[in-house]
Structures are given as structure tokens and as C-alpha cells.
Ligand binder design. Structure first.
Ligand code: AHR
Length: 335
């Protein structure tokens, strides 16, 4: 009888060890919403990774997507790519679809700070870690180091400040300025405005007479510039939050019979090929780089996270500044 019990006990112990060895001893977590840190990422050779892009209406976005796709392919990861077409609602639905597809991690380039912060919380609740690319979300809703791993991107405030500093020097601190803002509620629009506005506040004779969103798009930049130029024909500077809107503004100036670079100085941010060529054509004064080449850094951070590394709230991409003194040298690598 004693032997029978011993045999039964041995079988139970063996079955239990087998279960643990097969992973059956650990129940996969299904709700991480209350956790104090972002969901962990298991160490694997290859991952199924989501990349949620905002839109594909400009060279910057195309270069960012290409960089992400190329690095995923190089490293042998499966990339689930979505393009929100400039819609917050679509981008939230894209994240929900990635959650349903059980991706291992989501790279998110959020269109706006508030609406997409909620999408970050949804991914966290589903125990999927998120790394933000290029734009931030509202930290009072979703916090770095708690709800998402980190944000990789440029210092947008500094970009705006550098453009303002250059403009102040070129104009001798005297200018009538139209500001073409980026997408309403997005971190680059908020921060580039702050950096520029704070810097020119040091110059009493530099005045922003009109400031309106052109949604980071060339055609909208053109129509907004046309309207604002009619209302303010004495404008001497147009500051655009990105190169596409600056190219649109140059077209608006030419249509109004003004000579860009002579009658009105145009300045912007990104470092696209068209903008660099416009500098060489003396139509654009300067552009501050905002690098879209996220692929290598993004996947390096993902691997580090799987290895247990911790990251600061933001990993800052270094940016350069281009004007007539260095645009020709930069042109071959511009996107
Ligand atoms: O978030 C970065 C900005 O978004 C780029 O300056 C702009 O071109 C893009 O659409």
C-alpha cells in the first residue's frame, strides 16, 4: 500500500515538473493596466512588431517608414505596418488591430498628444509594450517608464529656437512674421511654436502677426499662406513648422508676385531634399534638421528593453542646421 502511494506521488511530481517545463506553470498575463512599469518583452530572436504611422503625405513620413521597414527586414523581424492617413480615429483603430493580432511590441508615431495617449493605455492593458517614435503623448494620461517604455525623437523646442535665433541674426532683430503651425495638438507643433516664440520674445521688433495651422502639408501650407499674406501684405518672414508647408508658402509668395528670399524670408524645419534645393535656389533661408531615420535606434532600444535595460523618458535624436553655407554638401544625403 505504501509503495502504491509513493508511486502516485512520484507521478504527480513528474507531471507537475513537466507542466512547468512546458510553460504551463506560468499563466500569461492578460491585464497589465494596473502595473507600475510597462509590460515586459520576452527575449526572442525575431519578433512580430507593430509600426503605426500617422500619414504618408510627405517625404519625411516616407523616409521614416522606409527606415523602419529596412531595419526590420535586416534584423529578420515581422513588421505589421499601418498608415492612419492623418486620422486619429484610424490610428486608434490601427493600434486595436495590432493588439488583436498579438504583436510583441508596438512602435507608435502618434498624430496628437491626447487622443493617442489613450491608445497607449489600451496596448499596455493588453500587456504589449509601446515605444513612441518622433512624437510624444500627453504624460498626464500615459507616462514614460510606466505606460510606455520611452520616446525616441528630436528636441522640437530646440529646433524652433534655432530657427528663431538664425532668423533674428539675418533680419537684425526686426521682422513681421507669419507662422505656419503643424498639426493641431501634436508635440512638434506645440514645441516648435514654443521654441520659436520664446526666442523671438527677446527681440521687441520681431512680431508674429498671424499664426495658423497648415497641418504639416504642402497644399494646406500654400492656401493658409495665401490667405495670411493677403491679410498681412507687410510680412517679411514666414516661419513654417515643416519644410512641406514652407514649400507651399514659397508657391504662395510667387503666386502673389513676391520674390521668396528677397521680399520675404522663409525658414522651416526637417531637412528634406526639396527644402535643401530651395536653399540652394535662394528661396528658403534655412531649415533645421529633424531626422526621420528611426529604424536602427528603434530596434536597438527594443532589443535593449528585452535584455532588461531601462531608458530615460526621452531619447533625443541629434539634429543639424542647414543654410546656404552647407546645403550643397548635405544635398546628396537629403531625403
Ligand atoms: O513629427 C515630425 C513632423 O511630422 C515632421 O517635421 C513633419 O514633416 C512630419 O509630418
Amino acid at each position: 500500500m505504501k509503495q502504491k502511494w509513493l508511486l502516485l506521488l512520484t507521478i504527480i511530481v513528474m507531471l507537475a515538473s513537466l507542466l512547468v517545463a512546458c510553460g504551463g506553470g506560468e499563466t500569461a498575463k492578460t491585464d497589465c493596466s494596473q502595473d507600475a512599469t510597462p509590460p515586459p518583452l520576452a527575449k526572442k530572436d525575431s519578433y512580430k512588431v507593430g509600426f503605426s504611422q500617422v500619414e504618408t503625405n510627405n517625404p519625411w513620413r516616407i523616409a521614416e517608414t522606409e527606415s523602419m521597414k529596412a531595419e526590420a527586414t535586416k534584423l529578420g523581424h515581422e513588421l505589421v505596418y499601418t498608415d492612419a492617413g492623418g486620422s486619429e480615429a484610424k490610428q486608434i483603430a490601427d493600434i486595436e488591430s495590432m493588439i488583436a493580432q498579438k504583436v510583441d511590441l508596438i512602435f507608435l508615431a502618434p498624430r496628437s498628444e491626447q487622443a493617442l495617449a489613450e491608445a497607449v493605455l489600451k496596448a499596455k492593458a493588453a500587456c504589449i509594450p509601446v515605444i513612441l517614435l518622433d512624437r510624444d503623448v500627453d504624460h498626464s494620461i500615459a507616462a514614460p517608464g510606466k505606460d510606455f517604455v520611452t520616446m525616441i525623437g528630436s528636441d522640437f523646442v530646440e529646433e524652433g529656437r534655432l530657427v528663431a535665433e538664425w532668423t533674428a541674426e539675418k533680419t537684425g532683430g526686426k521682422a513681421v512674421i507669419i507662422e505656419l503651425e503643424g498639426t493641431v495638438g501634436s508635440s512638434p507643433a506645440n514645441d516648435r511654436k514654443k521654441g520659436f516664440d520664446d526666442e523671438i520674445a527677446k527681440y521687441p521688433e520681431m512680431q508674429i502677426v498671424a499664426s495658423q495651422s497648415g497641418d504639416f502639408a504642402r497644399d494646406k501650407g500654400r492656401t493658409v499662406a495665401e490667405t495670411l499674406l493677403q491679410a498681412h501684405p507687410d510680412t517679411t518672414v514666414i516661419y513654417a513648422h515643416n519644410d512641406e508647408m514652407a514649400i507651399g508658402a514659397i508657391a504662395a509668395l510667387e503666386a502673389a508676385g513676391k520674390v521668396p528670399g528677397v521680399d520675404v524670408l522663409v525658414v522651416s524645419i526637417d531637412g528634406t531634399k526639396d527644402a535643401t534645393q530651395a536653399i540652394l535656389d535662394n528661396k528658403l533661408g534655412a531649415t533645421c534638421e529633424c531626422s526621420p531615420k528611426f529604424g536602427p535606434k528603434a530596434f536597438e532600444v527594443m532589443a535593449g528593453y528585452a535584455n532588461g535595460e531601462t531608458f530615460p523618458a526621452k531619447i533625443v535624436n541629434p539634429d543639424r542646421f542647414f543654410d546656404i553655407t552647407n546645403a550643397a554638401e548635405y544635398l546628396p544625403e537629403a531625403y
